[in-house]
Design a protein around this ligand. Structure first.
Ligand SMILES: NC(=O)c1ccc[n+]([C@@H]2O[C@H](COP(=O)([O-])OP(=O)(O)OC[C@H]3O[C@@H](n4cnc5c(N)ncnc54)[C@H](O)[C@@H]3O)[C@@H](O)[C@H]2O)c1
Length: 367
């Protein structure tokens, strides 16, 4: 019996889900296991006050299950605030599949994952994230309608990454306007960390405008390819956080602004596509502010992809998705103003405005 094996104190230390630091009153957490396909996934549903919880699926070779759970808790919470701040009628959810997307992802595994998504009857709607491709969403679509980001040939909106990048570009321009007095990024040095789907599209927008783009990635072949295509410089220094740039654009994984990096950053602006860039929102957001570094909140400026896939539910077209994404420029400026007026950080400002919208809806609906 477990009570004999474990003291109360030890049990408390182990609170495996609701006791996690990243647990934030999530509504539902679903653990999915299938022996035949090797699927091990966690679906996190943070909040559904504004609508169904929509958020991508990430496949990643997590070191352990704690890391996967922590990721899905953080990511799903981020989606709640992303939808709320963007004015979409969606809640926040996300899924992670534990495993190497290059070697362990099979159509059978994706279909099985789709069946788990289907079992939630639309409370969670999935989409792409790191380690996923449009064809994976098509496979999921074979077993459930609760998926977005499927191929255009199947009536979907395709890969949302370019629209995400456009929103990041808009947010970066708003930050430049606030910090430098002009929205133009021509001649500005921008370090793009991670040149995957989002990063490369951002590089495209930036080089077109005449920014000096410096790129970094763990994938050497990709660096060479993107550098050749866009004329971007490959970062060769020892520590990219010390790079002498105007803008640091995190476009790889989250938590790159942490205890080890936050005091090093030389850029005047942080604006990128990665989710959950601040390892600790309160602490690292505050330090950036104190250091005079303008932070464009990640969940606001990377919402373009969400806006794009939302079109599949609301039946609007690409032009409308781009128009709504372009509006990230205005919303970002409003957030900066709100932060200054209230003497708070920009991340906190965006969070408060998003939370107000959720609270208001909750009050109206009497839920
Ligand atoms: N795809 C979207 O529409 C979308 C929308 C919102 C947010 N995001 C977020 O943006 C980020 C990137 O998404 P993506 O779709 O481009 O993913 P991706 O998998 O296509 O690209 C990620 C890139 O980052 C690189 N990378 C990984 N670790 C790195 C490290 N330590 N240093 C430098 N590079 C590293 C990878 O090699 C890869 O090239 C993720 O945090 C994702 O959650 C994506």
């Amino acid at each position: 019996m477990i009570a004999e094996l474990t003291t109360q104190n030890e049990l408390q230390k182990m609170d495996p889900v609701f006791g996690q630091l990243s647990f934030d009153d999530h509504e539902q957490i679903v653990f999915c296991n299938d022996k035949d396909t090797g699927l091990k996934a966690i679906i996190g549903i943070h909040n559904t006050v504004l609508g169904p919880a929509l958020g991508g699926t990430r496949m990643w070779n997590y070191t352990n299950e704690w890391e996967a759970l922590n990721d899905v808790l953080r990511l799903s919470r981020g989606m709640t605030y992303k939808s709320a701040i963007t004015g979409l009628n969606l809640g926040g959810g996300k899924a992670v599949i534990i495993g190497d997307a290059k070697t362990q992802k099979t159509p059978e595994l994706m279909r099985k994952f789709g069946e788990f998504v289907h079992s939630l009857s639309g409370k969670y709607i999935t989409a792409e994230d790191v380690g996923m491709q449009t064809e994976d969403m098509d496979t999921v679509r074979d077993v459930t309608p609760y998926v977005t980001g499927i191929s255009e040939s199947r009536g979907g909106s395709g890969n949302p990454s370019a629209v995400t990048a456009y929103g990041v570009y808009m947010g970066m321009k708003a930050a430049a306007k606030y910090k430098f007095g002009s929205e133009s990024l021509a001649g500005k040095k921008v370090l793009v960390q991670g040149i995957g789907n989002v990063g490369v599209a951002l590089v495209g927008y930036l080089t077109k405008e005449g920014a000096i783009v410096i790129i970094t990635d763990i994938n050497e072949a990709r660096l060479q390819e993107v550098s050749a295509q866009y004329g971007a410089e490959i970062y060769t220094g020892i520590d990219l956080y010390l790079a002498d740039v105007d803008v640091y654009a995190p476009c790889a994984l989250g938590a790159t602004i942490n205890d080890q990096t936050v005091f090093k950053i030389k850029a005047s602006i942080v604006a990128g596509g990665a989710n959950n860039q601040l390892a600790n929102e309160a602490i690292h957001g505050k330090i950036l502010r104190e250091r005079g570094i303008l932070y464009a909140p990640d969940f606001l400026i990377n919402a373009g992809g969400l806006i794009n896939v939302y079109g599949e539910i609301e039946h609007y077209d690409k032009a409308e998705a781009m128009r709504r994404t372009e509006n990230i420029y205005n919303t970002t400026l409003e957030i900066f103003d709100y932060a200054v007026k209230n003497n708070i950080g920009t991340h906190q400002a965006a969070f408060i405005i998003a939370q107000n919208r959720i609270d208001q809806r909750k009050k109206e609906s009497g839920k």
